[in-house]
Design a binder for this molecule. Sequence first.
Ligand SMILES: [Zn+2]
Length: 452
Amino acid sequence: MQRRDFVHQALLGGAALAAWPRLGGSLPGGSPLGGRHARDAAASQSLRVNGQRLNGWLAAFDRVGRTPTGINRVAYSPADLEGRAFTLDLYRQSGLAPRIDAAGNIVARVPGTRADAKPIVIGSHVDSVTDGGNFDGPVGSFAAIEVARTLAENGRRLAHPLDVVVWQNEEGGTYGSRFWAGLVSEADLDKVARSGKTIREGVGLIGGDVAQVASVRRQPGSVHGYLELHIEQGGLLEKAGLKIGVVQGIVGLRWFEITITGFANHAGATPMDQRQDAMLAAARFTVAVNEAIRRVPGRQVATVGRVNVTPNTTNVIPGQVVLTVDLRDIEQRTIEQFTQTFEQLGREIGEATGTQFRFARLTDSKPALADPRVMDLVQGAATSLGLTHQRMPSGAGHDAQEMAHLGPMGMIFIPSVGGISHSPREFSHAADITNGANVLLHAVLAADRALD
Ligand SMILES: [Zn+2]
């Protein structure tokens, strides 16, 4: 789970928007373009990635950081360094010339035919959580390399430069992409990552240099488009029997800490009608939050995840409860509406139980929306490949949320077996990975043509 920042179309430069025609003409399926463009488009339509090669890379990568309890490639650990070395080798094998930028990201640029064009950026990450799996991150990272290789092998040069990026320390807070977006603060640099290293130390360890990090910063509107392939990490695609998720964006999140104050008193001597039981209020509130969220159609979610009871003793009526609510949705409006609903529930239950509810916000991050035109391109690519699909939000954070600050962003999801991720049981089928990489390839081609 990562921090999320506010993203809005208004951040994008007007020029970037003007370069994108209304959708339809730019899909792999129907080319309105004439002459060489038409021939290019026709030739591009039959392009496919080498799925066997891509899945072979993933299988080989499975031994890197493998421990009895899962994959442990946490950022800046020896296994992360080994994973990055493995990845750098894939870049080189694929004819790409990778470099480490000052933020520690692995970047290779394939020049485009138009010198003045903004880059298309594709990529993901190869670091993992503690006791994670081999698919969250590597699927999109290696698919990006495979897409660049497929284009080169077929002599297909894009008009736009293509930046193939593997972001550093995604799982610890999307650091690599946040450096590009200029969203890492001085205080962030001294935060300690899961490996025990500070961000500052870690960036140095992987070949970056925080003193030079301003050099990686990119301006809003400087990216033609960002595309990231990722495993879904939920079970919606599998359950629906669909192959591709066209991601609508990364959900916004609001965390509340709610202090419920009652009165601690003797559990034996206080009559039932004279109590101010904070625990009873907390229990009612927990149920009410769940019911309120479920009553309204939509994919919003809310969770009471932490409860601290005082004095937490068998023979005393609880005098105080502190609990948290985690609220998420792709629409900021929904988050605001449920904030009001929860506060209202607090007032009502407080009145009924003789307690007081005090709300504080621990975290607030706005949804990072995918660009509708990029969603159309991804959907068009899936359709042209004969792959079933649906639009869906991402409940988890991704580097794409930071890249949305810099240009039109889109993501492609493929099914996760059993909806499991951040676990050694995380798994996606080879055929689904190949499908996802082909959608990435054709979305990139379509994004490239969208300049015409
Ligand atoms: Zn990931």
